[in-house]
Design a protein around this ligand. Structure first.
Ligand code: HEM
Length: 466
C-alpha cells in the first residue's frame, strides 16, 4: 500500500477467489461475529480472497452472504431490487431519521422517492452550486497560514454548513445552526461508535448515550417543526425544503409535517457526513501525493485562475473529478451496503433463502485487482476516458445502484468538487509528522480517534481571471 494506512489487522491474504468452499465453518457463527466486530475491513477482504465471489457466513445462527462479483452485485441491486428489503441496521437509524428515504421500504419509500426527486433534478442541483461555493469560502475564511486543523472535523463543519444552507437557506440563524451542529454530532457519534447502536439496545434503556441521543433528536425536531410551521404560515424560500414543501404526488397530496421532518433529517445526516469523509480522505491522499496535487492545482489555475467555481466549471474540472473518484475508490465513505432477501432468490448461481442478510462491500470490491490493477495505489488517471470504460459497471459503486441508488449522488459530486476547488485554490494541507491514517469502519468509513491533523500552507494569492 502506498499510503501509511492502518486498517484493523494484518493485510488480507493473496487474492485467490477460486475456492470451492462456500464460506468459513461454524453453525452458529459466534466466532465469526467476534471477528466481524473487531476486524471488519480485514475480515471481509480475507473472506473474499479465500472463498470467492459469494461467501456464505453464519452470524449468530443467521445466514449472511457477502457478494463480491460486479455482475452479482448488479443482480442484487438492480435485477432483484423488488425482493430486497432494508437490512437490519435500518431499525437503529430510524431512531433519529424516522421513516425517511434511507430507512423506509415498500409503498412509502416508492411515494417518497418520487416526491424527493423534485429536489434532485439536474437543474435544481445546479442551482445550489453558488451557495455551496460561497458557504465554503465563508467557512474557511478564518483559516490562516501555519494553522493546525483537524481534517475530518473541519470538513464535517464545512459540509454541515453547506447542507444547512442548501436545505433551509437563511431560515436557520446562527444559534439554531450551532444547536443542530451539536445535536448532529451526538447522533453521528451514536451511530458511529456506540455499543448501544451495535447491540441494537432499545431506546428506553436509560444509558447515558441513549439519553443524549433522545435529547439531540428532540432539539432537532423542535427546530425543524418550527421552520416548517413558519413556511406553512406563508414564509417563502427557494431552498431544498421549499421544493419538498411544494412537491405533490399524482393525487395532488403533499408531505405531512412528520414526513418532511424525517426527510430533512435524513438529508442532513446522509448529506454531510459522507461528503465530509470523501473530502477528508482526498485531502489526506493529496498531502501524500505531491505529483497528483500539482496536476490538480494546474487544472484549477487553468480553469478558474483564482475565481470562485460555478456549476459550469464542475463540467470542465475533469482531473478534479478523477481525483475524487479515485479517493472514493480507495476510501469509500459508504463502505458496505446491506439488504435483506424478502424472498428466496438465486444470485450468481447460488440459492439465497428468504430472510438472509446480503452484504455488498465497496471496500472489498473497489480493491479487487481483477478490476483495478495496482489496487492499493492512488492513480486518478485510471478514471480518464479510454481507461475507465474497461472497469465493469458494478466494480465501482460508492453511491450504490439500482432504484435505491443514492439520491444525492450528483449533488454530492458537485458539492465535493466545489469544496475541493475552493479549498485547494487557497491552501495546501501538510500532514503533521507522525500522522497515520487509521480507519474506523462504522456506518461510514471514518478516521479513528480524533482524526488526522494537518498544517495549512497558504498558496500564493493570484488576481482572479475576470
Ligand atoms: C460522497 C457522498 C455520498 C456517498 C458516498 C453516499 C452513498 C450512498 C449510498 C451507498 C447509498 C445507498 C444505500 C443503499 O443502497 O442501501 C445512499 C443512499 C442515500 N443517500 Fe447518499 N451518499 C453521499 C451523499 C449524499 C448526499 C449529499 C445526500 C443528500 C443531500 C444523500 C442522501 C441519500 C439518501 C436520501 C439515500 C437513500 C436513498 C433511497 O434509499 O432511496 N447522500 N448514499
Amino acid at each position: 500500500m502506498n499510503e501509511q494506512v492502518i486498517v484493523d489487522g494484518p493485510p488480507a491474504a493473496a487474492n485467490v477467489r477460486t475456492s470451492s468452499l462456500k464460506g468459513p465453518p461454524g453453525l452458529v457463527g459466534a466466532r465469526n461475529l467476534v471477528r466481524f466486530a473487531t476486524n471488519q475491513l480485514t475480515f471481509l477482504r480475507g473472506l473474499a480472497d479465500r472463498y470467492g465471489d459469494i461467501v456464505e457466513i453464519k452470524l449468530l445462527g443467521r445466514p449472511w452472504f457477502l457478494v463480491n462479483h460486479p455482475d452479482d452485485i448488479e443482480s442484487v441491486l438492480v435485477k432483484h431490487a423488488r425482493v430486497m428489503g432494508r437490512d437490519d441496521y435500518a431499525s437503529v437509524l430510524e431512531r433519529a431519521l424516522g421513516l425517511g428515504l434511507l430507512t423506509s421500504d415498500g409503498e412509502l419509500w416508492k411515494r417518497q422517492r418520487k416526491l424527493m426527486a423534485h429536489a434532485f433534478v439536474p437543474k435544481r442541483i445546479q442551482s445550489y452550486a453558488d451557495t455551496m461555493a460561497q458557504v465554503t469560502g465563508g467557512a474557511i475564511v478564518g483559516w490562516t497560514h501555519g494553522q493546525e486543523i483537524n481534517l475530518h472535523q473541519e470538513m464535517s463543519r464545512v459540509t454541515m454548513e453547506v447542507v444547512a444552507e442548501v436545505l433551509f437557506g437563511a431560515g436557520v440563524g446562527a444559534t439554531d445552526g450551532e444547536t443542530v451542529r451539536q445535536a448532529m454530532e451526538v447522533i453521528n457519534e451514536f451511530f458511529a461508535n456506540s455499543p448501544e447502536a451495535i447491540a441494537k439496545l432499545p431506546p428506553w434503556v436509560p444509558t447515558l448515550r441513549n439519553l443524549r441521543v433522545k435529547r439531540a433528536v428532540a432539539q432537532i425536531d423542535e427546530l425543524i417543526f418550527r421552520v416548517i410551521a413558519r413556511r406553512r404560515a406563508g414564509e417563502h424560500r427557494d431552498d431544498l425544503l421549499g421544493t419538498l414543501l411544494a412537491a405533490e404526488d399524482e393525487t395532488g397530496a403533499r408531505m405531512s409535517d412528520r414526513q418532511l421532518r424525517d426527510e430533512a433529517v435524513t438529508l442532513f445526516l446522509a448529506g454531510h457526513e459522507t461528503t465530509a469523509l470523501a473530502l477528508a480522505h482526498t485531502l489526506f491522499l493529496l498531502s501524500k501525493h505531491p505529483d497528483v496535487e500539482r496536476k490538480l492545482h494546474a487544472e484549477l489555475t487553468d480553469v478558474l485562475g483564482g475565481r470562485t467555481p460555478t456549476a459550469d466549471d464542475v463540467r470542465t474540472l475533469k482531473y478534479t473529478e478523477c481525483v475524487l473518484k479515485e479517493s472514493m475508490r480507495l476510501f469509500p465513505p459508504a463502505w458496505t451496503t446491506g439488504r435483506e432477501a424478502l424472498e428466496d432468490v438465486t444470485v450468481g448461481g447460488r440459492h439465497i433463502p428468504k430472510g438472509a442478510q446480503i452484504l455488498l462491500s465497496q471496500w472489498v470490491v473497489h480493491r479487487d485487482p481483477r478490476w483495478f490493477p495496482n489496487p492499493e495505489g492512488f492513480d486518478p488517471e485510471r478514471w480518464r476516458d479510454g481507461r475507465a470504460e474497461a472497469i465493469p459497471r458494478f466494480a465501482y459503486f460508492p453511491f450504490g445502484g439500482g432504484p435505491r441508488v443514492c439520491i444525492g449522488n450528483h449533488f454530492a459530486m458537485m458539492e465535493a468538487m466545489l469544496i475541493l476547488a475552493v479549498v485547494a485554490q487557497r491552501f495546501q494541507l501538510d500532514l503533521l509528522p507522525g500522522q497515520i491514517l487509521e480507519l474506523k469502519p462504522s456506518v461510514t468509513l471514518r478516521q479513528k480517534g480524533t482524526g488526522l491533523k494537518v498544517r495549512l500552507r497558504e498558496r500564493a494569492r493570484r488576481t482572479p481571471k475576470s
